[in-house]
Design a protein around this ligand. Sequence first.
Ligand SMILES: [Zn+2]
Length: 249
Amino acid sequence: MNAAVRDWIRASDSITVLTGAGISTDSGIPDYRGPQGVWTKDPDAEKLVQYDTYMADPDIRRRSWLLRRDNPVRHAQPNAGHRALVEIERAGRLRGLITQNVDGLHVRAGNSEEKVIELHGTMFSVLCTRCGARTTLDENLARIDAGEPDPACENCGGIQKTATIMFGQMLERRVLERAAIAAQVCDVFLAIGSSLQVEPAASLCRVAVEAGAKLVVVNAEATPYDAVADAVVREPIGEVLPELVAGLG
Ligand SMILES: [Zn+2]
């Protein structure tokens, strides 16, 4: 099975990849919804990522900024799985790298920003909810350390949040369109480390299959797309991805 997948990857010059939390667990980043997930163990934590609550309650915002400041994910490093996907781009075969993750590790590993499509945004940028001004997380953390517990937009005074999609928020249309196109025009679609239960990740698989791409699911647990996949790979991502892309030149 893996030999066949390796052949498909070698034969393709238009590969689109979709990644979920499973690719980042080797970097020490917890899965939010798994058995050991943050929200599974502390349901109260989920309130911090509800958009309405965040906008309405300054205390929630102050707690959120402290969590962002103390979040170990800020210092996480890419792992062998991320680096394997860089090889696909270096070989000139990557059409798009769609991710559900907000940890920025694909770009940090070496994939280019033009190829990476962050469905749920990034935790390293901050957006004003009123005027849309964009700043970096580091700039805002510096303001917190200087005594502003809930730093407002310096342009308009609006409430700021990280540029991630919270519960109750729509995904950005432009980002979704890029993802759909990348799924539609590839000939191999690799779905890696995603349970494929959250939209739009799931329907992107359907788009790829309907457009005639080979679908490869790489995930430890079963997904709703295993039945229509051309191959299902269960081995640990950090071990199997380097094997699957070996010899790409
Ligand atoms: Zn503003």
